[in-house]
Design a protein around this ligand. Structure first.
Ligand SMILES: NC(=O)c1ccc[n+]([C@@H]2O[C@H](COP(=O)([O-])OP(=O)(O)OC[C@H]3O[C@@H](n4cnc5c(N)ncnc54)[C@H](O)[C@@H]3O)[C@@H](O)[C@H]2O)c1
Length: 438
């Protein structure tokens, strides 16, 4: 068993270094000085541009700056702002430290960070130091050390920090959360979740056969590098960091075959991708144990041909929900003993208050829903719906799963709340209307 302290010195990461001290797990919101939300978007590629378009629909949003190290990407983002009828933001570009100049210069309430993975923690830390709310893409950190740094910075600067884990805000997942909180599944015991997504043409080589930026990691590491979409809803279903916590993780990986096969299909046998020895296994399976003895099984499955799926299962002492089957069984409620029944009527009945309206944007409005809750928190000067502890708990799996695979043993999961999980109450997506009805 390894401790959090020894992990902090390990060098399995997206390359980071310094040690940090840990503060207590209490936070207050940073003041916001106006009813407008002064926003900067850092990293205006695919995802950052999507967030920008969604946020431009919110009347409170003033985009004061956009930043990308690629000039055309930053200028395209600025044009999206002016095309929408809003003022032109200041453009920061040309080098990989332009984001620092932006944070030094601009007076901001919120920054959205959608660069590639290696820069997430560093830019988030820069924003937290300036007292600027952070909404950062997934995963927010690639090392346990950076996870601790983010906790320390969010606590020290009393500034909320949210990883933009959109699947926590899905309509079906939030209805299941309402049902769990109403006790319909009894006491939660077990969950399965996955990021199953054929990403062979997305994470590895572009259409011309050039390496994408992610590929460097797959040559070097074997781990669950994308755990957060699967784990997002699980954190609230299991009251992780608010009554329970992850204590241990054990991970295994299959051999790496899928990327070689796909590169040969797309670019021919002479392409380097056809023969490169990738470290990253095709399917990574992790078992997470909680302090209360619950179990979560987590898959990363992105290198083999398959349709998309998250394969969420939530099982308690009174019933089970299966997202892939779009079905559930509740011992006290279902009319046919031992038979699945359709989930959609339950989703309608237990619809979460976040979904009493429609939202702009991708993933059936889920991205708009997530951003709406984040902006509302900034306006109200409140804690973000997913806080720094949630964000780093999901992200720590990146390094911990790799260590477990390499050393073929369970690895201790750090307690980022420093014991506060025992007394913290669930806070994510509380649905008071529903709770009053029950
Ligand atoms: N939540 C979701 O559903 C979802 C979907 C897609 C992507 N993502 C995440 O969003 C992030 C971005 O993914 P993407 O598909 O937009 O990638 P992308 O490559 O299209 O965009 C990343 C952008 O960041 C810029 N960048 C990199 N380093 C920078 C730096 N130091 N300063 C300023 N700009 C910098 C790049 O030039 C690029 O334009 C990734 O972390 C990815 O995992 C999340």
């Amino acid at each position: 068993m390894v401790t959090g302290a020894s992990l902090a010195t390990a060098s399995l990461a997206w390359e980071t270094t310094a040690q940090t001290t840990v503060q207590t797990a209490t936070q207050t919101a940073v003041p916001v000085e106006s009813k407008k939300v002064r926003l900067a978007v850092i990293g205006t590629g695919n995802r950052g541009t999507g967030h920008l378009r969604n946020l431009l629909d919110f009347p409170e949003i003033e985009v004061v700056a956009v930043c990308d190290l690629v000039k055309t990407a930053a200028e395209r983002a600025a044009k999206i702002c002016t095309d929408s009828g809003k003022p032109a933001p200041t453009v920061y570009t040309d080098d990989d430290k332009a984001w620092k100049r932006l944070l030094e210069t601009e007076k901001l309430d919120l920054t959205i960070i959608a660069t590639g993975w290696p820069m997430h923690a560093e830019i988030s830390l820069g924003a937290l130091e300036k007292g600027v709310y952070v909404g950062c893409e997934v995963p927010i950190a690639g090392s346990v050390e950076d996870c601790w740094k983010l906790v320390e910075a969010s606590e020290t600067y009393k500034t909320p920090c949210m990883m933009l884990e959109n699947w926590s805000f899905r309509q079906d997942n939030l209805a299941v959360l309402n049902m769990i909180r109403l006790g319909l599944f009894g006491e939660m015991m077990y969950s399965h979740c996955a990021y199953s997504h054929d990403c062979r043409d997305y994470f590895y080589y572009d259409n011309n056969g050039n390496e994408r930026w992610q590929l460097q990691y797959f040559k070097k590491y074997n781990r669950n590098y994308y755990p957060t979409h699967a784990l997002g809803p699980i954190l609230s279903w299991f009251d992780i960091n608010a009554g329970d916590r992850f204590t241990e993780i054990y991970s295994v990986a299959t051999p790496a075959k899928g990327v070689n096969i796909r590169a040969k299909q797309r670019f021919g046998a002479d392409h380097p991708g056809a023969t490169t020895a990738f470290a990253q296994g095709d399917v990574v399976t992790s078992i997470l144990k909680t302090a209360l003895g619950k179990t979560v099984v987590l898959n990363l499955d992105v290198q083999l041909p398959r349709p998309y799926g998250n394969r969420w299962i939530a099982q308690g002492t009174k019933g089970i929900y299966d997202e892939e089957k779009e079905s559930l069984y509740l011992e006290d409620v279902s009319t046919k003993p031992g038979e699945w029944e359709p989930f959609p009527p339950y989703q309608e009945k237990y619809n979460h208050r976040f979904w009493n309206r429609t939202y702009p944007g991708g993933h059936n409005g889920t991205d708009g829903c997530e951003l709406r809750q984040l902006v509302d928190a900034v306006l109200a000067k409140e804690q973000t719906p997913l806080d720094v502890y949630d964000s780093v708990t999901m992200s720590a799996v990146v390094e911990l799963s790799g260590l477990s695979i390499t050393e073929n043993r369970p690895v201790e999961f750090p307690d980022f709340t420093q014991g506060a999980w025992k007394t913290r109450k669930p806070y994510f997506a509380l649905d008071q209307v529903l709770e009053q009805q029950s």
